[in-house]
Design a protein around this ligand. Structure first.
Ligand code: TMP
Length: 200
């Protein structure tokens, strides 16, 4: 079973994943967790290139690097684990590429991005995607004092387009569970748990 978490920087994704990890451990449910981009030696190397704010990167190059990191993680780790029947949690998957590179950067036409996502995702489709929805102002307020990487330095207009992208791809898509990221973390976690109980 493949569970993915999505949302813009500052949406509280890491907190929710940490709470879910604790709950799964307490219930003796075995799982594997990976972050994107990352999760393998090669993908982590690509991550550091992508997030390095000293690097000036063409948008198509960026799209291809996120996809390259994904292909390696999915083929090396995620697919084999899913084939063994393991629960796999991904901190971001190809919906981030659609939202950030597709809607945010306009790196390529959306149908090209969709084809690339399929290729780099080795045809996997998540069983559930939790989208932590938050307004730009609230996300900015939460990340005001954080160190900013190359992606996070992309500016307000970019992030508004990313939010609009996530809103569009999650709308009317039964794979998505849209969560109000402004609720207290425990309350959001309860919603995640309630939802997963029917699956696990
Ligand atoms: P993280 O901070 O959630 O680990 O994600 C790293 C950054 O990379 C974050 O700003 C979102 C961005 N990103 C993309 O732009 N496209 C992608 O496909 C992925 C997976 C992440």
């Amino acid at each position: 079973m493949l569970i993915t978490f999505e949302g813009i920087d500052g949406c509280g994704k890491s907190t929710q994943i940490r709470l879910l990890e604790q709950w799964l451990r307490e219930n003796n449910i075995h799982f594997s967790l990976f972050r994107e981009p990352g999760g393998t030696n090669l993908s982590e190397t690509i991550r550091s290139m992508l997030l390095n704010s000293g690097v000036d990167m063409n948008p198509v190059t960026e799209l291809l690097l996120f996809s390259a990191a994904r292909s390696q993680l999915i083929s090396e780790k995620v697919k084999p684990l899913l084939e063994e029947g393991r629960v796999v949690i991904l901190d971001r998957f190809y919906d981030s590429t659609t939202a950030y590179q597709g809607y945010g950067r306009n790196s390529a036409a959306l149908d090209q991005i969709e084809a690339l996502n399929k290729l780099a995702g080795h045809n996997l489709v998540p069983d559930i995607t939790f989208y932590l929805k938050i307004e730009l102002e609230e996300a900015e307020r939460r990340t005001r004092n954080d160190f900013k990487d190359r992606m996070e330095k992309s500016g307000r207009e970019f992030f508004q387009k990313v939010i609009d992208g996530f809103d569009r791809i999650s709308k009317n898509n039964p794979r998505f569970q849209i969560l109000d990221a402004t609720l207290p973390p425990d309350m959001i976690h309860n919603q995640v748990r309630e939802f997963l109980k029917t699956f696990l």
